[in-house]
Ligand binder design. Structure first.
Ligand SMILES: [Zn+2]
Length: 296
């Protein structure tokens, strides 16, 4: 059967969106399943979650490695963590400063016979990060793009601090931190951008459409006021703080508050997969716009 060119284009578009949604769904279902036991951190062995993320990057064709580290936690007890780091090189000269996309994969582990699935927090960020890696793989990139799935965020941002200390801040333009992306009925993401990243706020708004909006803040106080979270310091609430501490500008994407946060009910079936797929496409549009042309 012959189809006009435009229909084929339309069809391939529909198919690629459906494929992305399918992979996002598979990754989210896997990482939140009982076998992954709530992705607790601290053990010397590289855990199942890290291995899964590693294998996903390998399938995508991206160079990937484990970055293991030690930290002291809970009355000085020695613990271990394992970041998963994947790098897409700049593929068209001139090459501008790198982008670092981060999402923590660890969660609260299990208690007795129950485990914390951590679907929104933060399997959602990890699966979107992997999806973005897949999309950027085939694009023109005037920047190196580094993906880091961090460990031991819940215990105190340990993985991000360790990773950030290995970077040369002069060679990184921006950290894009993804933590809790499961958009609810509000259809809105909240973005905190450091003052040094305020130049990007217009690009962020442009990358989102009317169905899902991104509201950008450059002040944690204003963000807290808007979200009615007076006790949350959004600057220190997730891994972007580690990048900020070493002088790297950051933008942090999340849904703000979630009534299921850190409960057993933060489960796979509470996540709207089509919306999460849309979120991924929007954040990718933002990142693509930054990497498609050479800029400072
Ligand atoms: Zn989190």
């Amino acid at each position: 059967m012959q189809l006009p060119g435009i229909s084929l284009l339309w069809l391939s578009c529909i198919i690629s969106v459906a494929q992305a949604a399918n992979k996002i769904e598979v990754d989210l279902r896997t990482l939140t399943s009982e076998a992954y036991a709530g992705r607790g951190s601290g053990h010397a062995d590289i855990n199942k979650s890290a291995r899964y993320i590693y294998s996903r990057f390998v399938e995508t064709g991206i160079d990937v490695y484990y970055q293991s580290f030690r930290f002291r936690h809970g009355f000085g007890k020695l613990a271990y963590g394992h970041n998963v780091v994947a790098t897409l090189p700049c593929n068209v000269t001139p090459c501008s400063a790198a982008l670092v996309i981060s999402a923590h994969y660890d969660h609260l582990g299990s208690k007795g016979t129950r485990y914390y699935p951590g679907a929104n927090d933060n399997a959602s960020g990890v699966v979107v990060m992997i999806d973005i890696a897949r999309q950027l793989m085939t694009q023109v990139r005037h920047r190196e793009i580094i993906f880091v799935a961090t460990d031991a965020e819940e215990k105190g941002l340990y993985g991000a601090h360790f990773f950030a200390a290995t970077l040369d801040p002069e060679r990184v333009a921006l950290n894009i931190n993804l933590d809790m992306l499961a958009v609810n009925s509000r259809n809105r993401l909240y973005v905190l951008a450091s003052k040094q990243a305020s130049a990007y706020t217009k690009d962020i708004a442009q990358a989102f459409n009317k169905e899902i909006r991104a509201q950008v803040f450059t002040s944690t106080t204003r963000m807290s006021r808007r979200l009615d979270t007076p006790r949350v310091d959004w600057l220190r609430a997730s891994d972007h703080y580690a990048f900020h501490k070493v002088g790297i500008p950051f933008t942090y994407f999340g849904v703000g508050t979630d009534p299921l946060h850190h409960t057993y009910k933060d489960q796979f079936d509470k996540v709207d997969i089509p919306k999460l797929t849309q979120v991924s496409a929007h954040i990718n549009a933002f990142i693509s716009a930054l990497s498609v042309s050479a800029a400072p």
